[in-house]
Design a binder for this molecule. Structure first.
Ligand code: ADP
Ligand code: MG
Ligand code: ZN
Length: 192
């Protein structure tokens, strides 16, 4: 459920929205869409991403469809608290690359009355829940699961298939490293 579709809009309070799904499912596009609309509403918006995600740009969040918004790179979630002091709306992309402290930071920001919108992968390349997204899902008021298109059969896809032979949990990459797959076409890695 997306907050903007509700008739009963939150008033005078903060909250957390999570946008999660596999790679290419449109998480960053959806985050950008919500943040742009907040900017149009003249709200003060700040956007953060972890330093590890340097695929396209150091100072922007960028979708696979090449939409972009300026962002601030942080090493540790705790930095967001000070940087977002004056923001009304806080966006965080690639949340799965942050440590668990991101959960406490999002809770604190929402308690301060801010709208917090986080996006991230909900499963790793093995199809296992990707912390800290499950924790954020449990604590968020509004959650959205985005689906991609399965590159094998064209069905809605919720898994990220790694198509290289690498076994670290975090291998940053996109085309040529990962593709979206549905439940039926996803092949879990065998070596680990
Ligand atoms: P995410 O942040 O979830 O990885 P993005 O918002 O960056 O996704 O990109 C979504 C865009 O990726 C889509 O609008 C589409 O243009 C493109 N795309 C590429 N491959 C796929 C796929 N298999 N399924 C859906 N969209 C795809
Ligand atoms: Mg993304
Ligand atoms: Zn499929």
């Amino acid at each position: 459920m997306e907050v903007a579709t509700l008739h009963n809009m939150p008033y005078n309070t903060g909250w957390i929205e999570v946008v999660c799904g596999c790679m290419y499912s449109g998480k960053t596009e959806e985050l950008i869409r919500r943040l742009r609309r907040a900017q149009i509403a003249k709200q003060k918006v700040m956007i953060f991403k972890p330093r590890i995600d340097n695929r396209y740009s150091a100072d922007q969040i960028v979708s696979h469809s090449e939409q972009a918004l300026p962002s601030t790179v942080v090493d540790k979630p705790i930095e967001i608290l000070a940087l977002a002091k004056d923001a009304q709306v806080v966006g965080v992309d690639e949340c799965q690359f942050f440590t668990y402290d991101i959960v406490q930071v999002c809770e604190e920001l929402a308690s301060q009355g801010k709208r917090v919108i986080v996006a991230g992968l909900d499963q790793d390349y093995r199809g296992k829940p990707f912390e800290p997204i499950p924790q954020l899902l449990a604590l968020a008021e509004y959650i959205t699961k985005t689906l991609a298109i399965c590159m094998v059969c064209g069905n809605p896809a919720d898994r990220t298939q790694r198509i290289t032979d690498q076994h670290e949990r975090v291998v940053v990459g996109a085309r040529g490293v990962y593709e979206a797959r549905c439940r039926k076409c996803f092949v879990p890695p065998t070596a680990d």
